[in-house]
Design a protein. Sequence first.
Length: 182
Amino acid sequence: MAKLVYSAIASLDGYVADEDGKWDWSVPDEEVHVFVNDLEREVGTHLYGRRMYDVMVAWETMQDDDPIMRDYAQIWRSAEKVVYSRALDAVSSERTRIERDFDPEAVRALKASAERDISIGGPELAGQAIAAGLVDECHLFLSPVVVGGGKKALPDGVRVQLELLDERRFRNGVVHLHYRAA
């Protein structure tokens, strides 16, 4: 059975974007990006909300001389992608389909049948999955910045007991915390 994994890069105060919707403070440096690439290599399917897909779809056509960026682009392109959106009419990437509604039972069935792990991206979609008890593991990358408000990485009104599996500190001050739902 595949795991459903939520990964997010957040400010120290728990936001994935500031009040202006900016997240430039969260762009990973080379060391963090290599680490993320290795995590993403295990993923066979990405589940995205529309806004997260709008950000991530740039990897479909990205041409970069940097080998780390090329590696991530290849990892992203090779995975299946499901975009949850009521408004999106068409996708701009291969191996991608649209689902109109988040159905916890369909995600449970996907987890049961998938051969590789599944990631869920975007805090709103991930919040629904966390509330439904679907998220098995969480990777939080805490950036050394306080932004004071914006889009939260984790949902309000949900309580989940977690077990810390691993932690890592990077040279740029980012801290990675890896948790499993207890």
